[in-house]
Design a protein. Structure first.
Length: 325
């Protein structure tokens, strides 16, 4: 099976998907839909139109290169970065291929609806978007290194994430204060981009507990392993569950989240997941003391192995009711 995989490079997750495709026997050609080298990030910040033109040239060149290969499947991880005409040209050049689009952002964050006519399958992590538009529902996943980690100290929580919106920054700060008052150990790694940092400083917000560096994988793994629970607060408005939710679930952790949509997921139980509203953290210290009813559950249906099989159509996607379509 030959797969053309067009997607955004995001931490270790995109590479993990490609690795699973190859383990399934596929020959995968990868195209970065939004190149983000240091030079390109600078160009994007200082001269956005020039950056967008360079991305357009890059994608057109990739489409031209694909004309010489016959692919069985063309899979997109995001598509809004590609011009409609370029996408149509790719579709025309690969009439035999099954085209699949997967989105791990809600339509409210990136509206990709104009592109969907070119795809045989449209999948999304967002439950609300799937129901509203008839898309397939495919939640996010846990990569192999985080699967089956041990249990950490009972009153301990971790948070790893990017600060894109100030709402997440303020929520983490409020939760940090809550933990200090209630004797809960809170480990965190909050990455911030220079652009967001500049916006905060201009707004006279002096950031606390943030860093410009990504967390190294061994440090990330150690943080998860040492913690009993994860603090989950989405950067964007969405009904889909975050990567942190799925990672923590498959690692056997408790989860503290502001996403009320999780109550509709088949894995939701109140001993494992605590949903808070606004910044009301009352009851979290008691939640952390409640033992898991099934402490050995690791939810293999949400591991990257299962995700990759569903993404390329080897297994059916999950239904909105929790079964399979």
């Amino acid at each position: 099976m030959k797969i053309l995989f067009v997607g955004i490079q995001y931490h270790a997750y995109t590479r993990a998907i490609i690795d699973e495709m190859r383990l399934l026997g596929a020959e995968v050609t990868y195209v970065d839909i939004q190149p983000r080298s240091v030079a390109q990030k600078v160009l994007r910040t200082l001269a956005r139109p020039l950056y967008e033109r360079s991305v357009e040239r890059h994608l057109r060149a990739a489409v031209d290169a694909a004309r010489g290969v016959t692919y069985d499947k063309v899979v997109f991880l995001q598509v809004h970065q590609m011009d409609l005409a370029t996408l149509a040209a790719l579709r025309q050049s690969q009439p035999q291929a099954e085209f699949t689009l997967y989105n791990w952002d809600a339509i409210t964050t990136h509206d990709y609806r104009a592109h969907t006519a070119q795809f045989d399958r449209v999948l999304t992590f967002d439950r609300r978007d799937a129901a509203a538009h008839g898309f397939g529902y495919l939640p996010l996943f846990c990569i192999r290194p985080w699967q089956g980690l041990g249990h950490g100290a009972q009153q301990s929580v971790y948070m790893v994430g990017n600060i894109v919106r100030l709402g997440r920054y303020h929520a983490v700060g409020a939760f940090r204060d809550y933990c200090a008052r209630h004797g809960v150990a809170f480990r965190q790694h909050l990455k911030i981009s220079p652009v967001v940092l500049l916006h905060m400083l201009r707004a006279r917000i002096w950031p606390r507990g943030v860093t410009l560096r990504s967390i190294p994988e061994p440090e990330f793994r150690a943080m998860i392993a040492a913690s009993a629970a994860a603090f989950d607060f989405a950067n964007h408005s969405q009904s889909g569950q975050t990567m942190r939710m799925m990672e923590s679930l498959c690692a056997g952790k408790k989860i503290i989240t502001n996403n009320d949509w999780v109550r509709q997921e088949p894995f939701y139980t109140p001993d494992r997941i605590h949903v808070f509203q606004d910044l009301d953290f009352s009851g979290i210290d008691a939640f952390l003391k409640v033992p898991l009813a099934d402490p050995e559950a690791r939810f293999p249906e949400y591991q990257v192995q299962s995700f990759a099989r569903r993404l390329i159509g080897l297994d059916p996607v999950l239904s909105l009711g929790g079964g399979h379509d």
